[in-house]
Design a protein. Structure first.
Length: 611
Protein backbone atom coordinates (compact mmCIF):
# COMPACT_ATOMS: atom_id res chain seq x y z
CA UNK A 1 0.00 0.00 0.00
CA UNK A 2 1.92 2.98 -1.42
CA UNK A 3 5.53 2.59 -2.48
CA UNK A 4 8.75 4.25 -1.35
CA UNK A 5 12.11 4.33 -3.12
CA UNK A 6 15.36 6.10 -2.39
CA UNK A 7 18.75 6.24 -4.10
CA UNK A 8 22.18 7.63 -3.31
CA UNK A 9 25.20 6.98 -5.51
CA UNK A 10 27.24 8.41 -8.36
CA UNK A 11 24.67 7.88 -11.13
CA UNK A 12 21.81 10.13 -12.19
CA UNK A 13 19.13 9.35 -9.59
CA UNK A 14 15.99 10.13 -11.60
CA UNK A 15 15.97 7.23 -14.11
CA UNK A 16 16.71 4.79 -11.28
CA UNK A 17 13.93 6.17 -9.08
CA UNK A 18 11.40 6.06 -11.91
CA UNK A 19 12.38 2.50 -12.80
CA UNK A 20 12.03 1.42 -9.17
CA UNK A 21 8.70 3.22 -8.80
CA UNK A 22 7.28 1.48 -11.85
CA UNK A 23 8.06 -1.85 -10.24
CA UNK A 24 6.10 -0.68 -7.18
CA UNK A 25 2.96 0.64 -8.81
CA UNK A 26 1.11 -2.49 -7.66
CA UNK A 27 1.38 -0.86 -4.21
CA UNK A 28 -0.21 2.42 -5.27
CA UNK A 29 -1.09 4.28 -8.43
CA UNK A 30 -3.23 7.29 -7.42
CA UNK A 31 -0.31 9.70 -7.70
CA UNK A 32 3.48 9.73 -7.87
CA UNK A 33 6.32 12.09 -7.11
CA UNK A 34 10.08 12.48 -6.66
CA UNK A 35 12.50 14.79 -4.86
CA UNK A 36 15.98 15.10 -6.39
CA UNK A 37 19.08 16.60 -4.75
CA UNK A 38 22.34 17.68 -6.41
CA UNK A 39 23.85 18.22 -2.92
CA UNK A 40 23.19 21.98 -3.22
CA UNK A 41 19.49 22.16 -3.91
CA UNK A 42 16.41 19.91 -3.79
CA UNK A 43 13.60 19.99 -6.34
CA UNK A 44 10.24 18.18 -6.24
CA UNK A 45 7.93 17.07 -9.07
CA UNK A 46 4.67 15.16 -8.62
CA UNK A 47 1.43 14.40 -10.39
CA UNK A 48 -1.77 12.41 -10.13
CA UNK A 49 -2.04 9.01 -11.80
CA UNK A 50 0.56 6.35 -12.34
CA UNK A 51 4.31 6.58 -12.74
CA UNK A 52 3.98 6.91 -16.51
CA UNK A 53 2.18 10.22 -15.86
CA UNK A 54 5.16 11.36 -13.81
CA UNK A 55 7.50 10.37 -16.64
CA UNK A 56 5.42 12.43 -19.04
CA UNK A 57 5.45 15.43 -16.70
CA UNK A 58 9.22 15.24 -16.32
CA UNK A 59 9.60 15.03 -20.09
CA UNK A 60 7.75 18.34 -20.47
CA UNK A 61 9.09 19.97 -17.31
CA UNK A 62 12.51 18.50 -16.42
CA UNK A 63 13.82 18.32 -12.88
CA UNK A 64 17.38 19.16 -11.85
CA UNK A 65 19.95 16.39 -12.18
CA UNK A 66 21.31 14.87 -9.02
CA UNK A 67 22.68 11.65 -7.59
CA UNK A 68 20.36 11.52 -4.58
CA UNK A 69 16.61 11.26 -4.48
CA UNK A 70 13.46 9.80 -2.98
CA UNK A 71 10.22 8.81 -4.70
CA UNK A 72 6.71 7.69 -3.90
CA UNK A 73 3.71 6.14 -5.57
CA UNK A 74 0.55 6.63 -3.53
CA UNK A 75 -2.55 4.64 -2.63
CA UNK A 76 -4.80 7.22 -0.99
CA UNK A 77 -5.80 6.74 2.65
CA UNK A 78 -6.15 10.36 3.79
CA UNK A 79 -7.31 12.80 1.15
CA UNK A 80 -8.29 12.32 -2.46
CA UNK A 81 -5.69 11.67 -5.18
CA UNK A 82 -4.38 15.13 -6.12
CA UNK A 83 -1.11 16.89 -6.79
CA UNK A 84 -1.42 18.66 -3.43
CA UNK A 85 -1.86 15.41 -1.51
CA UNK A 86 0.91 13.63 -3.44
CA UNK A 87 4.27 12.86 -1.87
CA UNK A 88 6.96 14.07 -1.26
CA UNK A 89 5.45 16.53 1.22
CA UNK A 90 7.12 19.42 2.99
CA UNK A 91 6.27 21.95 5.70
CA UNK A 92 6.02 25.72 5.84
CA UNK A 93 9.65 26.45 4.99
CA UNK A 94 10.43 23.51 2.65
CA UNK A 95 13.31 22.45 4.90
CA UNK A 96 12.35 18.77 4.99
CA UNK A 97 10.79 16.51 2.34
CA UNK A 98 9.07 13.30 3.37
CA UNK A 99 7.61 10.24 1.63
CA UNK A 100 5.50 8.03 3.85
CA UNK A 101 3.68 4.70 3.85
CA UNK A 102 1.28 3.72 6.62
CA UNK A 103 -0.89 5.66 9.05
CA UNK A 104 -0.05 8.32 11.63
CA UNK A 105 -2.85 7.54 14.06
CA UNK A 106 -2.44 10.67 16.18
CA UNK A 107 -2.08 13.08 13.26
CA UNK A 108 -5.24 15.04 14.18
CA UNK A 109 -3.89 15.92 17.61
CA UNK A 110 -0.45 16.73 16.18
CA UNK A 111 -1.96 18.87 13.45
CA UNK A 112 -4.06 20.82 15.96
CA UNK A 113 -1.04 21.42 18.19
CA UNK A 114 1.15 22.51 15.28
CA UNK A 115 -1.56 24.82 13.94
CA UNK A 116 -1.70 26.55 17.32
CA UNK A 117 2.04 27.14 17.00
CA UNK A 118 1.57 28.87 13.64
CA UNK A 119 2.02 26.06 11.13
CA UNK A 120 -0.19 26.16 8.03
CA UNK A 121 -1.38 22.92 6.43
CA UNK A 122 -2.34 22.59 2.77
CA UNK A 123 -3.11 18.86 2.35
CA UNK A 124 -5.70 16.42 3.70
CA UNK A 125 -3.03 13.85 4.54
CA UNK A 126 -1.80 12.50 7.85
CA UNK A 127 1.74 12.61 6.38
CA UNK A 128 1.99 16.40 6.36
CA UNK A 129 2.41 16.59 10.13
CA UNK A 130 5.84 14.93 9.80
CA UNK A 131 7.72 17.69 7.91
CA UNK A 132 6.02 20.28 10.14
CA UNK A 133 7.18 18.43 13.26
CA UNK A 134 10.71 18.27 11.85
CA UNK A 135 10.62 22.04 11.32
CA UNK A 136 9.16 22.74 14.76
CA UNK A 137 11.73 20.64 16.60
CA UNK A 138 14.73 21.22 14.32
CA UNK A 139 17.91 20.90 16.37
CA UNK A 140 20.18 21.99 13.56
CA UNK A 141 21.27 18.38 13.04
CA UNK A 142 19.26 16.27 10.60
CA UNK A 143 19.73 12.96 12.40
CA UNK A 144 19.00 14.19 15.91
CA UNK A 145 15.95 16.09 14.67
CA UNK A 146 14.49 12.93 13.19
CA UNK A 147 15.24 11.00 16.38
CA UNK A 148 13.53 13.71 18.42
CA UNK A 149 10.34 13.60 16.31
CA UNK A 150 9.92 9.83 15.93
CA UNK A 151 8.62 9.20 19.48
CA UNK A 152 5.84 11.72 18.79
CA UNK A 153 4.39 9.58 15.99
CA UNK A 154 1.89 6.84 16.78
CA UNK A 155 0.89 4.23 14.22
CA UNK A 156 2.65 2.22 11.55
CA UNK A 157 4.90 4.00 9.11
CA UNK A 158 7.83 3.79 6.75
CA UNK A 159 9.61 7.05 5.97
CA UNK A 160 12.29 8.37 3.66
CA UNK A 161 13.34 11.92 4.48
CA UNK A 162 15.69 14.46 2.91
CA UNK A 163 16.75 17.84 4.28
CA UNK A 164 17.50 21.03 2.39
CA UNK A 165 20.13 21.91 5.01
CA UNK A 166 21.87 18.53 4.61
CA UNK A 167 21.06 17.70 0.97
CA UNK A 168 23.59 14.87 0.67
CA UNK A 169 21.76 12.55 3.11
CA UNK A 170 18.66 10.35 3.18
CA UNK A 171 17.22 8.99 6.41
CA UNK A 172 14.96 5.94 6.35
CA UNK A 173 12.72 4.65 9.13
CA UNK A 174 10.47 1.61 9.45
CA UNK A 175 7.90 1.13 12.21
CA UNK A 176 5.58 -1.84 11.61
CA UNK A 177 5.69 -0.98 7.90
CA UNK A 178 8.15 -2.49 5.42
CA UNK A 179 11.24 -0.69 4.22
CA UNK A 180 14.44 -2.37 3.05
CA UNK A 181 17.96 -1.03 2.62
CA UNK A 182 19.71 -2.22 -0.53
CA UNK A 183 23.49 -2.39 -0.87
CA UNK A 184 25.04 -1.66 -4.27
CA UNK A 185 28.55 -0.92 -5.46
CA UNK A 186 29.26 2.60 -4.21
CA UNK A 187 25.51 3.22 -4.00
CA UNK A 188 22.58 2.44 -1.72
CA UNK A 189 18.84 2.05 -2.10
CA UNK A 190 15.66 2.23 -0.06
CA UNK A 191 12.48 0.45 -1.12
CA UNK A 192 9.21 -0.59 0.46
CA UNK A 193 9.35 -3.89 -1.42
CA UNK A 194 12.21 -6.00 -2.74
CA UNK A 195 11.19 -6.23 -6.44
CA UNK A 196 11.75 -2.49 -6.83
CA UNK A 197 15.53 -2.84 -6.53
CA UNK A 198 16.18 -6.33 -7.92
CA UNK A 199 17.62 -4.83 -11.12
CA UNK A 200 20.30 -3.12 -9.03
CA UNK A 201 21.03 -5.36 -6.05
CA UNK A 202 19.97 -8.54 -4.32
CA UNK A 203 21.72 -7.76 -1.04
CA UNK A 204 19.34 -6.15 1.44
CA UNK A 205 18.77 -5.33 5.09
CA UNK A 206 15.13 -5.24 6.25
CA UNK A 207 14.91 -2.17 8.48
CA UNK A 208 13.47 -3.18 11.83
CA UNK A 209 11.40 -1.34 14.41
CA UNK A 210 13.62 0.92 16.45
CA UNK A 211 16.17 1.39 13.64
CA UNK A 212 17.01 4.28 11.37
CA UNK A 213 19.33 4.15 8.38
CA UNK A 214 21.44 7.12 7.29
CA UNK A 215 22.58 7.16 3.66
CA UNK A 216 25.41 9.60 2.97
CA UNK A 217 28.22 9.73 0.36
CA UNK A 218 30.74 8.56 2.95
CA UNK A 219 28.87 5.48 4.20
CA UNK A 220 25.59 3.83 5.04
CA UNK A 221 24.92 3.51 8.75
CA UNK A 222 22.22 1.67 10.68
CA UNK A 223 21.48 2.95 14.18
CA UNK A 224 18.95 2.37 16.92
CA UNK A 225 16.87 5.22 18.32
CA UNK A 226 19.48 5.77 21.02
CA UNK A 227 22.06 6.57 18.34
CA UNK A 228 24.05 3.36 18.76
CA UNK A 229 25.56 1.99 15.54
CA UNK A 230 24.24 -1.47 14.58
CA UNK A 231 25.61 -4.09 12.23
CA UNK A 232 23.06 -4.51 9.42
CA UNK A 233 21.72 -8.01 8.79
CA UNK A 234 22.61 -8.59 5.15
CA UNK A 235 20.29 -10.98 3.31
CA UNK A 236 20.88 -12.16 -0.25
CA UNK A 237 17.51 -12.41 -2.01
CA UNK A 238 17.08 -15.55 -4.12
CA UNK A 239 14.88 -13.79 -6.66
CA UNK A 240 16.50 -12.31 -9.76
CA UNK A 241 15.66 -9.67 -12.30
CA UNK A 242 14.06 -12.19 -14.69
CA UNK A 243 11.41 -12.83 -12.06
CA UNK A 244 10.06 -9.29 -12.46
CA UNK A 245 10.25 -9.00 -16.27
CA UNK A 246 7.11 -9.66 -18.32
CA UNK A 247 8.99 -11.35 -21.19
CA UNK A 248 6.37 -12.57 -23.71
CA UNK A 249 3.39 -11.95 -21.42
CA UNK A 250 1.13 -8.93 -21.70
CA UNK A 251 0.28 -8.84 -17.99
CA UNK A 252 1.92 -9.98 -14.77
CA UNK A 253 -1.25 -11.82 -13.79
CA UNK A 254 -1.02 -14.13 -16.81
CA UNK A 255 2.73 -14.57 -16.30
CA UNK A 256 2.16 -15.57 -12.69
CA UNK A 257 -0.67 -17.96 -13.55
CA UNK A 258 1.71 -19.78 -15.88
CA UNK A 259 4.53 -19.73 -13.33
CA UNK A 260 2.52 -21.92 -10.97
CA UNK A 261 4.09 -25.25 -11.98
CA UNK A 262 7.52 -23.81 -11.16
CA UNK A 263 6.32 -22.09 -7.97
CA UNK A 264 4.78 -25.33 -6.67
CA UNK A 265 7.84 -27.34 -7.66
CA UNK A 266 10.08 -24.89 -5.75
CA UNK A 267 7.79 -25.02 -2.70
CA UNK A 268 7.97 -28.83 -2.71
CA UNK A 269 11.71 -28.99 -3.40
CA UNK A 270 13.61 -30.79 -0.64
CA UNK A 271 10.52 -31.17 1.49
CA UNK A 272 9.10 -34.49 0.26
CA UNK A 273 10.60 -37.70 1.57
CA UNK A 274 9.69 -41.39 0.98
CA UNK A 275 8.03 -41.41 4.39
CA UNK A 276 6.39 -38.00 4.52
CA UNK A 277 7.57 -34.41 4.75
CA UNK A 278 10.80 -32.76 5.86
CA UNK A 279 10.37 -29.33 7.48
CA UNK A 280 13.62 -28.65 9.33
CA UNK A 281 12.51 -25.08 10.06
CA UNK A 282 10.04 -26.51 12.58
CA UNK A 283 12.15 -29.25 14.16
CA UNK A 284 13.88 -27.06 16.72
CA UNK A 285 10.57 -25.96 18.25
CA UNK A 286 8.14 -28.83 17.70
CA UNK A 287 8.70 -32.39 18.85
CA UNK A 288 6.26 -35.29 19.01
CA UNK A 289 5.05 -34.48 22.51
CA UNK A 290 4.39 -30.79 21.81
CA UNK A 291 2.33 -31.67 18.72
CA UNK A 292 0.38 -34.37 20.58
CA UNK A 293 -0.48 -31.86 23.32
CA UNK A 294 -2.19 -29.48 20.85
CA UNK A 295 -5.92 -29.14 21.38
CA UNK A 296 -6.76 -26.41 18.85
CA UNK A 297 -5.24 -24.68 15.84
CA UNK A 298 -6.10 -21.23 14.48
CA UNK A 299 -5.39 -20.27 10.87
CA UNK A 300 -5.34 -16.49 10.48
CA UNK A 301 -5.17 -14.60 7.18
CA UNK A 302 -6.81 -12.00 4.94
CA UNK A 303 -8.23 -12.05 1.41
CA UNK A 304 -6.94 -14.80 -0.84
CA UNK A 305 -4.66 -16.08 1.92
CA UNK A 306 -7.77 -16.61 4.06
CA UNK A 307 -9.23 -18.83 1.33
CA UNK A 308 -6.08 -20.95 1.25
CA UNK A 309 -6.40 -21.10 5.04
CA UNK A 310 -9.94 -22.48 4.74
CA UNK A 311 -8.61 -25.31 2.61
CA UNK A 312 -5.77 -25.84 5.07
CA UNK A 313 -8.29 -26.06 7.91
CA UNK A 314 -10.07 -28.99 6.28
CA UNK A 315 -6.83 -30.83 5.54
CA UNK A 316 -5.34 -30.36 9.02
CA UNK A 317 -8.58 -31.44 10.71
CA UNK A 318 -8.67 -34.57 8.58
CA UNK A 319 -5.02 -35.44 9.18
CA UNK A 320 -4.47 -34.35 12.78
CA UNK A 321 -7.94 -34.92 14.20
CA UNK A 322 -8.23 -31.74 16.28
CA UNK A 323 -10.45 -28.67 15.71
CA UNK A 324 -9.09 -25.94 13.45
CA UNK A 325 -10.61 -22.48 13.25
CA UNK A 326 -9.92 -20.31 10.21
CA UNK A 327 -10.51 -16.63 10.83
CA UNK A 328 -9.95 -13.27 9.17
CA UNK A 329 -6.93 -11.44 10.55
CA UNK A 330 -9.01 -8.29 11.07
CA UNK A 331 -11.45 -10.22 13.28
CA UNK A 332 -8.96 -12.39 15.18
CA UNK A 333 -7.54 -9.48 17.14
CA UNK A 334 -10.94 -8.68 18.64
CA UNK A 335 -12.47 -12.14 18.93
CA UNK A 336 -9.57 -14.36 20.02
CA UNK A 337 -9.89 -15.42 23.63
CA UNK A 338 -6.79 -16.77 25.39
CA UNK A 339 -7.14 -20.44 26.27
CA UNK A 340 -5.48 -22.60 28.87
CA UNK A 341 -5.45 -25.46 26.34
CA UNK A 342 -2.29 -25.86 24.20
CA UNK A 343 -2.98 -24.07 20.92
CA UNK A 344 -1.13 -23.13 17.75
CA UNK A 345 -1.65 -20.12 15.49
CA UNK A 346 -0.75 -20.34 11.79
CA UNK A 347 -0.59 -16.99 9.99
CA UNK A 348 -0.58 -16.66 6.20
CA UNK A 349 0.65 -13.65 4.21
CA UNK A 350 2.17 -13.47 0.75
CA UNK A 351 4.09 -10.28 1.51
CA UNK A 352 4.76 -11.00 5.16
CA UNK A 353 3.74 -7.40 5.86
CA UNK A 354 -0.09 -7.55 5.91
CA UNK A 355 -0.99 -5.18 8.75
CA UNK A 356 -4.06 -7.04 10.01
CA UNK A 357 -2.19 -10.34 10.04
CA UNK A 358 0.81 -8.77 11.77
CA UNK A 359 -1.53 -7.42 14.45
CA UNK A 360 -3.10 -10.87 14.87
CA UNK A 361 0.38 -12.39 15.21
CA UNK A 362 1.19 -9.98 18.04
CA UNK A 363 -2.11 -10.80 19.73
CA UNK A 364 -1.36 -14.53 19.52
CA UNK A 365 2.11 -14.07 20.99
CA UNK A 366 0.76 -11.94 23.83
CA UNK A 367 -1.74 -14.68 24.70
CA UNK A 368 1.06 -17.26 24.81
CA UNK A 369 0.27 -19.11 21.56
CA UNK A 370 3.22 -20.24 19.43
CA UNK A 371 3.02 -18.95 15.85
CA UNK A 372 4.00 -20.60 12.59
CA UNK A 373 4.10 -18.22 9.61
CA UNK A 374 3.66 -19.19 5.98
CA UNK A 375 4.92 -16.41 3.75
CA UNK A 376 6.66 -15.77 0.46
CA UNK A 377 9.08 -13.08 1.62
CA UNK A 378 12.30 -13.71 3.53
CA UNK A 379 13.12 -11.05 6.12
CA UNK A 380 9.55 -9.75 6.24
CA UNK A 381 8.04 -8.54 9.52
CA UNK A 382 5.81 -11.60 9.91
CA UNK A 383 8.70 -13.96 9.18
CA UNK A 384 10.87 -12.23 11.79
CA UNK A 385 8.23 -12.14 14.51
CA UNK A 386 6.84 -15.68 14.16
CA UNK A 387 8.35 -18.53 16.18
CA UNK A 388 9.06 -20.40 12.95
CA UNK A 389 8.43 -19.77 9.26
CA UNK A 390 7.66 -21.97 6.27
CA UNK A 391 8.59 -20.11 3.11
CA UNK A 392 6.68 -20.65 -0.08
CA UNK A 393 9.02 -20.35 -3.04
CA UNK A 394 6.65 -18.64 -5.46
CA UNK A 395 9.01 -15.82 -6.38
CA UNK A 396 7.85 -12.19 -6.62
CA UNK A 397 4.15 -11.73 -7.34
CA UNK A 398 3.51 -8.30 -8.87
CA UNK A 399 -0.12 -8.52 -9.99
CA UNK A 400 -2.47 -7.30 -7.28
CA UNK A 401 -4.64 -10.42 -7.65
CA UNK A 402 -2.82 -13.36 -6.08
CA UNK A 403 -2.48 -16.56 -8.15
CA UNK A 404 0.79 -18.44 -7.70
CA UNK A 405 1.13 -17.32 -4.09
CA UNK A 406 -2.34 -18.76 -3.39
CA UNK A 407 -1.64 -22.22 -4.77
CA UNK A 408 1.82 -22.26 -3.17
CA UNK A 409 0.26 -21.43 0.19
CA UNK A 410 -2.14 -24.37 -0.18
CA UNK A 411 0.82 -26.65 -0.93
CA UNK A 412 2.67 -25.34 2.13
CA UNK A 413 -0.40 -25.96 4.31
CA UNK A 414 -0.69 -29.51 3.01
CA UNK A 415 2.99 -30.11 3.75
CA UNK A 416 2.45 -28.77 7.25
CA UNK A 417 -0.63 -30.98 7.67
CA UNK A 418 1.35 -34.09 6.78
CA UNK A 419 4.23 -33.07 9.06
CA UNK A 420 1.90 -32.42 12.02
CA UNK A 421 0.02 -35.70 11.44
CA UNK A 422 3.28 -37.62 11.39
CA UNK A 423 4.58 -35.90 14.53
CA UNK A 424 1.29 -36.19 16.38
CA UNK A 425 0.36 -39.65 15.13
CA UNK A 426 -2.88 -38.22 13.76
CA UNK A 427 -5.68 -40.22 12.15
CA UNK A 428 -4.55 -39.20 8.66
CA UNK A 429 -1.16 -40.90 8.83
CA UNK A 430 -2.40 -43.90 6.83
CA UNK A 431 -3.16 -41.57 3.90
CA UNK A 432 0.22 -39.84 3.84
CA UNK A 433 1.86 -42.11 1.27
CA UNK A 434 -0.83 -41.59 -1.39
CA UNK A 435 -0.88 -37.84 -0.82
CA UNK A 436 2.91 -37.57 -1.05
CA UNK A 437 2.83 -39.55 -4.32
CA UNK A 438 0.26 -37.10 -5.71
CA UNK A 439 2.26 -34.09 -4.53
CA UNK A 440 5.26 -35.33 -6.50
CA UNK A 441 3.13 -35.25 -9.66
CA UNK A 442 1.42 -31.95 -8.86
CA UNK A 443 3.64 -29.53 -10.87
CA UNK A 444 3.07 -31.63 -14.00
CA UNK A 445 -0.67 -31.82 -13.31
CA UNK A 446 -0.83 -28.03 -13.01
CA UNK A 447 1.03 -27.70 -16.31
CA UNK A 448 -1.47 -30.06 -17.96
CA UNK A 449 -4.40 -28.10 -16.53
CA UNK A 450 -3.06 -24.86 -17.99
CA UNK A 451 -2.74 -26.45 -21.43
CA UNK A 452 -6.18 -28.09 -21.29
CA UNK A 453 -8.23 -25.13 -20.11
CA UNK A 454 -6.68 -21.90 -21.44
CA UNK A 455 -8.41 -21.78 -24.83
CA UNK A 456 -11.80 -22.93 -23.54
CA UNK A 457 -11.76 -20.38 -20.72
CA UNK A 458 -10.82 -17.61 -23.14
CA UNK A 459 -13.91 -18.45 -25.19
CA UNK A 460 -16.18 -18.69 -22.15
CA UNK A 461 -14.97 -15.29 -20.94
CA UNK A 462 -16.59 -13.74 -24.02
CA UNK A 463 -19.95 -14.86 -22.60
CA UNK A 464 -19.33 -12.89 -19.42
CA UNK A 465 -18.76 -9.64 -21.33
CA UNK A 466 -22.29 -8.28 -20.77
CA UNK A 467 -23.03 -10.15 -17.54
CA UNK A 468 -23.28 -8.28 -14.26
CA UNK A 469 -23.81 -11.33 -12.07
CA UNK A 470 -22.25 -14.78 -11.86
CA UNK A 471 -22.56 -17.60 -9.35
CA UNK A 472 -20.16 -20.35 -8.33
CA UNK A 473 -21.38 -23.44 -6.50
CA UNK A 474 -19.69 -26.46 -4.99
CA UNK A 475 -19.68 -28.74 -1.99
CA UNK A 476 -16.95 -29.41 0.57
CA UNK A 477 -13.56 -28.35 -0.74
CA UNK A 478 -15.18 -27.18 -3.95
CA UNK A 479 -17.26 -24.65 -2.04
CA UNK A 480 -14.12 -23.24 -0.41
CA UNK A 481 -12.53 -22.94 -3.84
CA UNK A 482 -15.68 -21.23 -5.13
CA UNK A 483 -15.08 -18.44 -2.60
CA UNK A 484 -11.66 -17.75 -4.09
CA UNK A 485 -13.00 -17.95 -7.66
CA UNK A 486 -15.67 -15.37 -6.82
CA UNK A 487 -13.09 -13.06 -5.25
CA UNK A 488 -10.92 -13.22 -8.37
CA UNK A 489 -13.85 -12.29 -10.64
CA UNK A 490 -14.79 -9.42 -8.35
CA UNK A 491 -11.33 -7.89 -8.06
CA UNK A 492 -10.13 -8.39 -11.63
CA UNK A 493 -13.26 -8.38 -13.86
CA UNK A 494 -15.49 -6.23 -11.60
CA UNK A 495 -18.27 -8.81 -11.92
CA UNK A 496 -20.65 -9.31 -9.02
CA UNK A 497 -19.74 -12.93 -8.38
CA UNK A 498 -21.07 -14.92 -5.43
CA UNK A 499 -20.03 -18.33 -4.13
CA UNK A 500 -22.48 -20.69 -2.47
CA UNK A 501 -22.45 -24.10 -0.93
CA UNK A 502 -24.50 -25.86 -3.59
CA UNK A 503 -26.98 -27.35 -1.14
CA UNK A 504 -27.80 -23.89 0.23
CA UNK A 505 -29.04 -22.38 -3.03
CA UNK A 506 -32.61 -23.50 -2.41
CA UNK A 507 -32.64 -21.79 0.98
CA UNK A 508 -32.92 -18.30 -0.48
CA UNK A 509 -30.39 -17.62 -3.22
CA UNK A 510 -32.41 -19.49 -5.86
CA UNK A 511 -34.51 -16.32 -6.08
CA UNK A 512 -31.59 -14.71 -7.95
CA UNK A 513 -31.35 -17.44 -10.60
CA UNK A 514 -32.95 -16.12 -13.79
CA UNK A 515 -32.78 -17.40 -17.39
CA UNK A 516 -29.27 -17.10 -18.82
CA UNK A 517 -27.44 -16.20 -15.61
CA UNK A 518 -24.03 -17.93 -15.62
CA UNK A 519 -23.37 -20.53 -12.92
CA UNK A 520 -20.02 -22.30 -12.54
CA UNK A 521 -20.40 -25.69 -10.87
CA UNK A 522 -17.23 -27.11 -9.34
CA UNK A 523 -17.44 -30.90 -9.38
CA UNK A 524 -14.06 -32.31 -8.36
CA UNK A 525 -15.00 -34.17 -5.16
CA UNK A 526 -16.36 -37.64 -5.92
CA UNK A 527 -17.76 -38.11 -2.41
CA UNK A 528 -20.40 -35.39 -2.95
CA UNK A 529 -20.88 -35.71 -6.70
CA UNK A 530 -24.40 -37.15 -6.61
CA UNK A 531 -25.66 -34.38 -4.36
CA UNK A 532 -23.98 -31.73 -6.52
CA UNK A 533 -25.64 -33.07 -9.67
CA UNK A 534 -29.02 -32.66 -7.97
CA UNK A 535 -28.15 -29.06 -7.14
CA UNK A 536 -27.09 -28.40 -10.74
CA UNK A 537 -30.44 -29.70 -11.95
CA UNK A 538 -32.17 -27.29 -9.58
CA UNK A 539 -30.48 -24.22 -11.09
CA UNK A 540 -30.85 -25.57 -14.62
CA UNK A 541 -34.61 -25.85 -14.02
CA UNK A 542 -34.61 -22.06 -13.41
CA UNK A 543 -32.85 -21.34 -16.71
CA UNK A 544 -29.25 -20.89 -15.57
CA UNK A 545 -26.40 -21.38 -18.05
CA UNK A 546 -24.18 -23.84 -16.21
CA UNK A 547 -20.49 -24.50 -16.83
CA UNK A 548 -19.09 -27.51 -15.01
CA UNK A 549 -15.45 -27.98 -14.01
CA UNK A 550 -14.70 -31.63 -13.45
CA UNK A 551 -12.13 -34.36 -13.96
CA UNK A 552 -11.30 -36.21 -17.15
CA UNK A 553 -13.80 -38.92 -17.94
CA UNK A 554 -16.57 -37.62 -15.68
CA UNK A 555 -19.49 -38.15 -18.04
CA UNK A 556 -22.11 -37.57 -15.32
CA UNK A 557 -21.45 -33.81 -15.16
CA UNK A 558 -21.32 -33.49 -18.93
CA UNK A 559 -24.89 -34.75 -19.14
CA UNK A 560 -26.40 -32.06 -16.91
CA UNK A 561 -24.46 -28.87 -17.69
CA UNK A 562 -24.36 -26.64 -20.78
CA UNK A 563 -20.59 -26.74 -21.05
CA UNK A 564 -17.91 -28.71 -19.24
CA UNK A 565 -14.22 -28.02 -18.70
CA UNK A 566 -12.14 -31.07 -17.93
CA UNK A 567 -9.05 -31.00 -15.72
CA UNK A 568 -6.70 -33.82 -14.72
CA UNK A 569 -7.58 -36.03 -11.78
CA UNK A 570 -5.40 -36.15 -8.66
CA UNK A 571 -5.76 -36.75 -4.92
CA UNK A 572 -9.05 -35.19 -3.70
CA UNK A 573 -7.19 -32.84 -1.34
CA UNK A 574 -5.17 -31.46 -4.26
CA UNK A 575 -8.09 -30.99 -6.64
CA UNK A 576 -8.74 -27.39 -5.42
CA UNK A 577 -5.28 -26.47 -6.69
CA UNK A 578 -5.96 -27.78 -10.20
CA UNK A 579 -9.50 -26.39 -10.27
CA UNK A 580 -8.20 -22.96 -9.25
CA UNK A 581 -6.41 -22.66 -12.61
CA UNK A 582 -9.50 -22.27 -14.85
CA UNK A 583 -11.04 -19.84 -12.34
CA UNK A 584 -7.90 -17.68 -12.40
CA UNK A 585 -7.89 -17.75 -16.19
CA UNK A 586 -11.59 -16.86 -16.27
CA UNK A 587 -10.98 -13.82 -14.07
CA UNK A 588 -8.06 -12.76 -16.25
CA UNK A 589 -9.86 -13.11 -19.60
CA UNK A 590 -13.10 -11.62 -18.24
CA UNK A 591 -11.13 -8.62 -17.05
CA UNK A 592 -9.26 -8.13 -20.31
CA UNK A 593 -12.36 -8.55 -22.50
CA UNK A 594 -13.98 -5.78 -20.46
CA UNK A 595 -10.93 -3.56 -20.96
CA UNK A 596 -9.76 -3.49 -17.34
CA UNK A 597 -6.19 -3.24 -16.08
CA UNK A 598 -6.02 -6.74 -14.61
CA UNK A 599 -2.68 -6.14 -12.90
CA UNK A 600 -3.86 -3.00 -11.11
CA UNK A 601 -7.57 -3.32 -10.22
CA UNK A 602 -9.29 -0.11 -9.19
CA UNK A 603 -9.23 0.82 -5.50
CA UNK A 604 -6.93 -2.10 -4.59
CA UNK A 605 -3.27 -2.43 -3.66
CA UNK A 606 -1.03 -5.44 -3.27
CA UNK A 607 0.51 -5.19 0.18
CA UNK A 608 -1.97 -3.78 2.68
CA UNK A 609 0.20 -2.34 5.40
CA UNK A 610 -2.56 -0.41 7.19
CA UNK A 611 -5.34 -1.90 9.30
Amino acid sequence: MSGIVGFLGKRNALPILLDCLEKLDYRGYDSAGVAISNFYDIEVKKTVGRVKNLRSLLGDDPILQGTLGIGHTRWATHGIPSVTNSHPLSGCSDRFFVVHNGIIENYAQLRRSLSQKGHSFITDTDTEVIPHLLEEYDTGNFETTVLKVLPMLKGSFALAIVSREQPNTIIGVSQDNPLVLGFGKEEAFLASDIPAILSYTREIHPIKNGEIVILSPEKVVVKNFNGDVLEPERIVVEWNVQDVILNEYQHYMMKEIFEQPKAIEETLLGRLTPHGVNLPELESIWDEESVKRLRKIYIVASGTSYHSGLLGKKVIEQFLGIPVEATFSSEFTYNHQPSNEPSLVIVLSQSGETADTLSALRQAKQSGCPVIAITNTAGSSIARKADSTIYTKAGPELAVASTKAYTSQIVALILLSIWLAKKGDGPGTSHIRSLVDSLECLPGDVESTLIMTQEAIDQFAQITYDQDHLFLIGRGLDYVLALEGALKLQEVAYIHADAYAAGEMKHGTMALITPGVPVIALATQESVLDKLISNIKEVKARGAFVVGISTIGDDLIGEVVDQVLFIPSTHPLLMPILAAIPLQLLAYYSGTVRGHDVDRPRNLAKSLTVE
